[in-house]
Design a protein around this ligand. Structure first.
Ligand code: PMP
Length: 291
């Protein structure tokens, strides 16, 4: 992935993709002092760019550092890089981390670096394929208590248990894993939030120890626009047998129906389909939608 063509925005400059390097003694690599974002561009526009950039800045502050580029500068760099890369539909990955000036747990004086990469990452499935649903395993690791880790930050360190859980699920032939939280309640997948349907209403865990996804918030709004009731509440794993539909939401996942979680089965139905379509309409720039 480090030898692609094109450019990466790094600390205020556009550098050749293959030249965007860091030193092996980077604090972010050893101590996970790194935060990032995941965004998607549709039809040449980055969906909810401002919200993502704000979350990037907030995540950094939660980890105790300040990104030395304003939200405005980051927004403009994302837009310019998208143009420079020549993509209209693409994935956008800003990242910020503590540099390599000092080694050790404490790194108060290390430079705060920031980079943005943009590449093509299409939704792999056409809507028909997507509606078959993906299969999830139950993860062994649990989302930590907010008193154990800064769970509101999109921080690299929190992804250690996500990669472990996703790899374990993939080794068993599943697409992803559903994680419980430290209390044993249903939390989210390894890189996406989760929703369920019962009796025509949506149910989704309260985002009190994991990312309140921008897609999650968008889908809640879309559901409410349709007049659907959305219950944000504690969901116990024993309840999984009572839900008829299940889907994941996330920038990369968009709205992805789920057919199976461990022993439980779901049938992607009308509500998943409607929200998939509503989400596609919502992310499509207005002038393209009108064509
Ligand atoms: N939870 C986790 C762990 C994630 O990595 C993501 C993707 N950023 C989400 C939830 C969904 O967030 P968003 O909808 O803002 O992409």
């Amino acid at each position: 992935f480090d030898q692609l063509d094109g450019f990466i925005w790094m600390n205020g400059e556009f550098v050749k993709w293959a030249d965007a390097k860091v030193h092996v003694l980077t604090h972010g690599l050893h101590y996970a002092s790194s935060v990032f974002e995941g965004e998607r561009a549709y039809g040449g526009e980055i969906f909810k760019l401002e919200e993502h950039t704000k979350r990037l800045h907030d995540s950094a502050e939660i980890l105790g550092f300040t990104i030395p580029y304003s939200e405005q500068v980051i927004n403009e760099a994302c837009r310019e890089l998208l143009r420079k890369q020549g993509f209209s539909d693409a994935y956008v990955r800003p990242v910020a981390w503590r540099g390599s000036e000092m080694m050790g747990v404490s790194a108060q004086k290390n430079r705060i670096n920031c980079a943005i990469a943009i590449w093509q990452w299409p939704s792999y499935f056409d809507p028909e394929q997507k509606l078959k649903g993906i299969r999830l395993d139950m993860a062994e690791y649990r989302r930590p208590d907010p008193r154990t880790a800064p769970s509101r930050a999109k921080a690299a360190g929190l992804y250690m248990i996500c990669t472990l859980s996703k790899h374990a699920a993939e080794a068993k032939g599943y697409a992803d894993a559903l994680m419980l939280d430290w209390r044993g309640q249903v939390a989210e997948a390894t890189g996406a939030n989760v929703f369920f349907v019962k009796d025509g209403q949506l149910h989704t865990p309260l985002a009190d120890c994991f990312l309140n996804g921008i897609t999650r918030q968008t889908v809640i709004e879309l559901a409410k626009r349709r007049g659907l009731t959305v219950n944000e509440r504690a969901i116990q794993p024993e309840e999984l047998s009572t839900f008829s539909e299940c889907f994941l939401t996330g920038t990369a996942a968009e709205v992805t129906p789920v057919s199976e979680i461990g022993e439980f089965r779901f049938t992607p139905g009308e509500i998943s389909k409607q929200l998939m379509n509503d989400y596609t309409a919502e992310v499509t720039p207005k002038q393209i939608a009108a064509e």
